[in-house]
Design a protein around this ligand. Structure first.
Ligand SMILES: Nc1ncnc2c1ncn2[C@@H]1O[C@H](COP(=O)(O)OP(=O)(O)OP(=O)(O)O)[C@@H](O)[C@H]1O
Ligand SMILES: [Mg+2]
Length: 232
């Protein structure tokens, strides 16, 4: 493998624009975004409400298609992938964590982590899920339903679910937004250490500047444009 290949960023945006809405009510969501995110780094995205943070994560995760420009993730140009290939790209490469946890209420903590692994064809899903839950300190909560867990515990289940397939890239949209300050800061510490242990790159959105500054790479959005990029 050539040297140039080895240092290729995990995520690359070249002049990316995202425009949504119909012909009469077009909204420019993201404009002329250029971005390089290196493998095995922690990246925070900040910016006021409506600045485009969630939209940026959706583009990186292939959940939204750019209107123009080029997005490469893990060496693949996302615009060239069919819907099926995009779905496998997401399954194989990306783990997603949301502000509101998004756990399935009728499944236990263990099932919430194991079932997605099983659906992805993993033969060892329950033991893997149990191990992953022990990594986030929930070995005594396996049979609890989400409603029987605290907010911080629910987010730890969501982290275990996202990390169990050992994705190259973890996308977290305000993972601490529904938690108090102290629990939020514990969750970020846990995300950082699990990302290190799994050798995953972590990109997270936060409104908390203190948490954002813990990342080695900070990106600030304003009105759909990059206002500041500590690696830019
Ligand atoms: N499907 C859509 N159609 C039209 N406009 C949209 C659509 N989705 C989002 N927007 C607009 O795009 C802009 C950016 O939204 P986005 O959700 O990315 O912001 P955000 O920075 O994540 O905000 P918040 O901090 O409130 O979560 C907003 O002005 C929003 O109204
Ligand atoms: Mg958002």
């Amino acid at each position: 493998m050539s040297q140039a290949k080895k240092i290729e960023p995990l995520v690359q945006f070249e002049m990316v624009n995202l425009t949504l809405g119909g012909p009469t009510n077009q909204v420019k969501i993201l404009q002329s975004v250029n971005l390089n995110i290196l493998n095995n780094t922690k990246v925070s995205i900040v910016g006021s409400s409506g600045s485009g943070k969630t939209s940026l994560l959706l583009l990186i995760g292939g959940l939204e298609k750019a209107t123009s420009g080029r997005i490469k993730v893990n060496g693949q140009d996302l615009s060239t992938l069919s819907e099926d290939s995009l779905a496998s790209f997401r399954r194989d490469t990306i783990g997603i964590i949301f502000q509101s946890f998004h756990l399935i209420p009728t499944m236990t903590a263990l099932e919430n982590v194991a079932i997605p692994l099983e659906l992805a064809g993993n033969m060892n899903s329950f033991p893997m899920a149990e191990l992953e839950l022990s990594h986030v300190g929930l070995e005594n909560r396996l049979a609890h339903y989400p409603s029987e867990l605290s907010g911080g515990e629910q987010q730890r289940v969501a982290i275990a679910r996202a990390l169990a397939p050992k994705p190259k890239l973890i996308l977290a949209d305000e993972p601490t937004g529904n938690l108090d300050g102290e629990t939020g800061s514990q969750i970020v510490d846990l995300l950082f250490s699990r990302a290190d242990e799994c050798q995953s790159t972590l990109i997270f959105v936060t409104h908390d500047n203190g948490l954002a500054e813990q990342a080695e790479h900070m990106i600030q959005l304003h009105d759909g444009k990059i206002q500041a990029d500590s690696n830019g």
